[in-house]
Design a protein around this ligand. Sequence first.
Ligand SMILES: *Cc1c(COP(=O)(O)O)cnc(C)c1O
Length: 391
Amino acid sequence: MSDKKFETAAIRHQIERSSQKEHSAPIYMTSSFKFEDAEDARALFAEEKEGNIYSRYSNPNTDEFIQKLCLLEGGETGMAMASGMAAMFTSLAAFLSSGDHVVASRSLFGSTHQILTKLLPKWGITHTFVDTTDDDGWEKAIQPNTKMIFLETPSNPALDLIDLEFICKLGKEKGIIVNVDNCFATPYVQNPIKFGADIVTHSATKFIDGQGRAIGGAIVTSEELFPEIKFMARHTGPSMSPFNGWLLSKSLETLAVRMEKHSENALALAQHLEGSAGLKQVRYPFLASFPQYELAKKQMRTGGGIVTFELEGGIAQGRRFLDALEMISLSANLGDTRTIATHPASTTHSKLSEEEREAVGITAGLVRVSVGLEHLDDIIADIEQALNKSK
Ligand SMILES: *Cc1c(COP(=O)(O)O)cnc(C)c1O
């Protein structure tokens, strides 16, 4: 961790100024960098010295982004990635070989699920899913060839939490790499490395960008594990562009204030909705009625920006509710300044059977709200009028 506080590191960590003495870091749109002489070129390629060679390997803007994110997560080093999925895939592929096994939380981002179930088996890598709330399940799922534990907490969209201290201890005992997708929480809300995680992966597209503009991702880890990730990334090319590195590094400057406000609005919305007629269950990690409230308080700084609730009228009412919204956007994204509502059962998770959906906590009437930064009164008013119209 930096000796500076979170907000200060996020704002003040900056690449070296150029001869122009710019205050805010400029964009280095260049594919390659010049060598001083033949010896400099040789030493850089031999990794005897650090420096930029080619933007697929490193670039000042993506360096600033990843160095800052490492400070905020408490990691030693890492790599900026073109997307969240590039980060997920690279962090898996770098360590797994034919015959290896992965234990993963059952509730995973859709494309991560596809990597584990459709792509990794092509290379002889198997997996076992564990129900998020089944603490005993993790140890039971571990096999002699288990190489990695991969998880998301809070889960999407059910918001189930996994005890990071417990999982990281289990991983250490068994010598298994623990990889946490921390996209939902962001480094402001939760730092898995502090609990012992070996790798933290991110989609920077969500709350890190925070304004729905760019796709990006990141892997944060230790010096010990980094060489495999660096080798895989350098030679397969999932690098972040300098422009996105510049943009997302600026985004990190405001992450703390944005996450505070997202969380404040989300908690207030959840408290307001709790007990409303026509709603079966309102879920938010920092709501006192949340089943894992104590765990949320232990491992999260705030409850984050996502609230879910359950409409009594199931799929049909879920669709009527979305159609009745006037301001709140219908979009697949989350972590935006704009509040976004989704109905997983009829969209993102419609291909799953009802049983499969139930297993990951997606009931027919579940609505997920990514609470934005608009005025709370306007967010509440839109949800109330849509609830009334869709009854
Ligand atoms: C969006 C998301 C991803 C994928 O990130 P992209 O930037 O879209 O590639 C991975 N994990 C979680 C939890 C996500 O929400």
